[in-house]
Design a protein around this ligand. Structure first.
Ligand SMILES: Cc1cc2nc3c(=O)[nH]c(=O)nc-3n(C[C@H](O)[C@H](O)[C@H](O)COP(=O)(O)OP(=O)(O)OC[C@H]3O[C@@H](n4cnc5c(N)ncnc54)[C@H](O)[C@@H]3O)c2cc1C
Ligand code: FES
Length: 274
């Protein structure tokens, strides 16, 4: 019988040091293959011998040269991963979980809102929509980090800015700016409310720290976004990723299997401990 917990071996092709404590890693599985997944899904990535960590995919699934994830060094597995180099192997299980409903997004204006490392799953769905640009209306990207040195994806932001009819707004928290900073200064929900956006015919994707998500949901509500058209991801601690261990539950909902992607309307129906 197949062991569902057995990781596949993946080889690291490239590592990008995004900020002092975050890295983006590009891998291929088995023999230079790239598995199929959808934006919003996640995997269990293991630093061999130290354990697994859960990361969302940060690349577009339409770009087949590699599979990409970004991580912040926080504990045992991520500290181990922090020491790896191109050519080294890691373990991978997945893809798991549900995904962003791109059919629902077709023909709509899209607003992508990311905070900190939460920009990783946003990058995946954003780049997917850029790859299929003609299917969507106007695109707005709002990305915030605590300080200028905490901003990830500086290398690919230029590509987002060049996409057709796409407005990219980058902000850092008050006091997080440098002398030569030309972007915005302000918390993500504050800057969001200053943008000329309307909720009609629009879908918003929001990922980041829970506190940011809670305030952004309030702002989007004020701006007229329908709760069914606001989509977010939860990052509850996980172990199996497969709906077996009960580690990730919020009430009767398994975040690993029923999520991690939820609409604001679905979040409202969850007990208030997510
Ligand atoms: C669906 C999903 C997607 C995720 N995507 C990403 C991603 O793209 N990039 C990324 O850096 N992280 C992501 N995370 C969080 C990431 O899984 C944890 O930070 C990571 O597993 C820590 O691994 P570790 O072994 O190094 O830390 P551990 O030794 O397990 O923990 C180190 C510290 O982090 C805390 N911690 C661990 N897991 C979580 C969690 N889920 N939420 C809050 N605190 C936690 C612990 O309590 C401890 O204080 C995601 C989590 C989920 C559930
Ligand atoms: S992580 Fe095991 S049930 Fe969700």
């Amino acid at each position: 019988m197949e062991n569902i917990y057995l990781p596949k071996l993946a080889v690291i092709k490239e590592i990008i040091q995004e900020t002092p404590d975050t890295k983006t890693v590009r891998i291929t599985i088995n023999n230079n293959e790239c598995i199929d997944f959808l934006p919003g899904q996640f995997g269990e990535f293991s630093f061999i011998g130290e354990g697994e960590s859960t990361f969302g995919f940060s690349s577009s699934p339409l770009r087949k040269e590699f599979l990409e994830f970004s991580f912040r060094t926080s504990g045992r597995a991520t500290s181990g991963m922090n020491g790896l180099n191109p050519g080294d192997m890691i373990g991978f299980r997945g893809p798991y979980g549900n995904y962003f409903d791109t059919a629902k997004m077709k023909g709509k204006n899209l607003v992508f809102i990311g905070g900190g490392i939460g920009m990783a799953p946003v990058k995946s769905i954003l780049e997917y929509c850029i790859d299929e640009r003609s299917n969507y209306g106007k695109i707005t990207v709002l990305y915030g980090a605590r300080t200028v040195s905490d901003l990830m994806y500086k290398g690919v932001m230029e590509e987002w800015k060049k996409a057709l009819d796409t407005n990219v707004v980058i902000t850092v928290d008050p006091s997080g700016e440098t002398k030569d900073w030309t972007g915005r200064v302000g918390f993500v929900p504050t800057v969001l409310e200053q943008l000329p956006l309307k909720g009609d015919n629009a879908v918003a994707v929001v990922c980041g720290p829970l506190i940011m998500i809670k305030f952004v949901l309030k702002s989007l509500d004020k701006m007229g976004f329908d709760k069914e058209n606001i989509i977010t991801t939860l990052e509850n601690r996980m172990k199996c990723g497969l709906g077996k261990c009960g580690r990730c539950n919020v009430g009767s909902v398994y975040v690993c299997k029923d999520g991690p992607v939820f609409t604001a309307k679905e979040l409202e129906a969850l007990p208030n401990d997510f």
